[in-house]
Ligand binder design. Structure first.
Ligand code: MG
Length: 161
């Protein structure tokens, strides 16, 4: 049995005219993350954590932002594909834990819906999916409203070597 841990990070600029999508949930807000896909930082950080645990590179390697196929892509589909790659590599996802850092909008009221989405996408028990939301108390790009960031870890195990 081999036990693996992966870490992921993502950040996007918040701009007008973009929907605010986090963990596949659309949250009403006047700005949203700018990116080639839907720029869902939580899905991206989790995908990198899962890929990292399996030493499979990162999200950009599998879904390059220069590829028109991923323009405005639903990042939950990309996350689902990464979880599938891990399973195909013989890994079982044990749990994920993520922290989203953003000043506004308030994420807490949406955490249940986000966790539900992730539970379905990752095909693990809801007790194994944790998402937290923080502010950075006005400091830096997550504090002045110009951006959003997410950090994630994933634990996986593989029964065959
Ligand atoms: Mg990203």
């Amino acid at each position: 049995m081999s036990f693996r841990v992966g870490h992921g990070f993502d950040a996007h600029r918040l701009v007008e005219g973009r929907p605010f999508i986090l963990g596949g949930v659309r949250i009403p807000f006047e700005r949203g993350p700018l990116g080639h896909s839907d720029a869902d930082v939580l899905a991206h950080a989790l995908a990198d954590a899962i890929l990292g645990a399996c030493s499979l590179g990162d999200l950009g390697r599998h879904f390059p932002d220069t590829d028109p196929r991923w323009k405005d892509a639903d990042s939950m589909h990309l996350l689902e594909a990464c979880a599938r790659m891990a399973r195909e590599g013989g890994y079982q996802l044990l749990n994920v834990d993520a922290t989203v850092v953003v000043e506004a909008p308030k994420i807490a009221p949406h955490l249940d819906a986000i966790r539900e989405n992730l539970t379905r996408t990752l095909r693990i028990d809801s007790s194994a999916v944790s998402v937290k939301a923080k502010t950075s108390e006005g400091m830096g790009y997550t504090g002045d409203g110009s951006g959003i960031a997410a950090y994630a870890v994933a634990a996986l195990e593989r029964s065959r070597p």
